[in-house]
Design a protein around this ligand. Structure first.
Ligand code: 3EB
Length: 321
């Protein structure tokens, strides 16, 4: 299977979408251009520095469509999809999580590649407004976890895929879920330094988050979940962003090691990273730390957002290229 080509690109949105191999373009922040093309998704997270698009390229030609709350695009190997649910129309973030995941599952059950092959989910991203709002079990992230777990249908519940869940600060109460599927299934990878998220103890909420630490794709790319300074199940180095960064990088290296020697040998440097940072004032220092710690890193962007535990200040996800 050919690898998914992912990169951060500058340029005009219309020019990117005119390329025949482009499967998806993700734009960030208020300065992103907009498009009705089903391959485009706008995420309202502000980006540090100049605005770049995340671009996924497959092998053209690419088909695409819009059905209800969902849009999708696919070539012969990969399927991109995005689902947006207005919380107000369903009664809140819990119900939006349930509906979004019911729709993800139904899209995966119904869509076929051109030769009739079924898609297998590899990776999911979840973005919502004000993820930390609400006390204790009333936190919006915990309500999202409850709804998400209910929305996943039995047919799709055979192991979890890698995921990210991050809070926007745009005040737009729309849950955005997008993902990547492929014609062959991936393998879930867990991190020996971390308790699997689905086994988190009760203190983190009534329903544990349903995701794997990473997915190894059939093309031997590691799709890395949102990774933070969680050791065992506990958040560590509360209030120290750069100690959390170092712990997160240790977690990422441990995860790559656990994924097998091919992945580990290409290493973190070959992984396109998205760094989610709570405090925009720390962006410059973060860039310097990242450069000192990963001088050969292929590329990264910094997005300002809220991490799903209020004591976490930084989270990193990635696509090995
Ligand atoms: C953690 O390690 C950090 O709920 O889908 C990371 C990735 C986190 C995905 C999710 C949550 C999710 O628990 C939080």
């Amino acid at each position: 299977m050919p690898p998914l080509q992912a990169s951060y690109d500058t340029g005009r949105l219309a020019d990117l979408l005119a390329e025949p191999d482009v499967l998806a373009v993700i734009g960030f922040g208020p300065s992103s251009e907009d498009s009705k093309d089903p391959r485009f998704l706008h995420i309202g997270l502000e980006q540090a520095g100049s605005n770049r698009y995340e671009v996924w390229r497959g092998v053209g030609p690419v088909r695409s469509g819009i059905e209800g709350n969902a849009r999708w695009s696919s070539d012969d190997t990969y399927l991109f999809f995005a689902i947006e649910i207005d919380e107000d129309t369903v009664g809140g973030i819990d119900a939006a999580g349930e509906l979004a995941y019911a729709e993800v599952c139904s899209l995966l059950e119904q869509r076929r590649f051109e030769d009739g092959t079924r898609p297998h989910i590899l990776r999911l991203w979840n973005y919502m407004d004000a993820i930390n709002e609400g006390e204790g079990d009333d936190e919006r992230y915990r309500h999202f976890c409850s709804g998400r777990a209910r929305g996943i249908t039995p047919a799709t519940r055979n192991g979890y895929s890698a995921a990210t869940a991050i809070g926007r600060r745009d005040g737009v109460r729309v849950l955005q879920v997008y993902g990547l599927a492929a014609r062959e299934s991936g393998i879930a990878v867990e991190n020996p330094r971390q308790v699997s998220a689905w086994s988190y103890p009760r203190q983190y909420g009534p329903v544990a988050p349903t995701f794997a630490r990473a997915t190894r794709t059939p093309a031997d790319q590691l799709l890395v979940s949102g990774t933070a300074a969680v050791v065992g199940h506990a958040s560590v180095h509360a209030d120290d962003t750069f100690a959390q960064l170092e712990e997160t990088l240790l977690n990422l290296e441990s995860l790559l090691d656990a994924a097998g020697s091919g992945i580990a040998n290409r290493g973190l440097a070959a992984t396109l990273l998205k760094v989610y940072l709570r405090d925009p004032a720390e962006a410059k220092a973060l860039e310097q730390h990242m450069h000192a710690r990963c001088p050969k890193l292929i590329d990264s962007i910094i997005l300002f957002g809220d991490i799903c535990r209020s004591d976490l200040r930084i989270e990193i996800d990635g696509i090995q290229v």
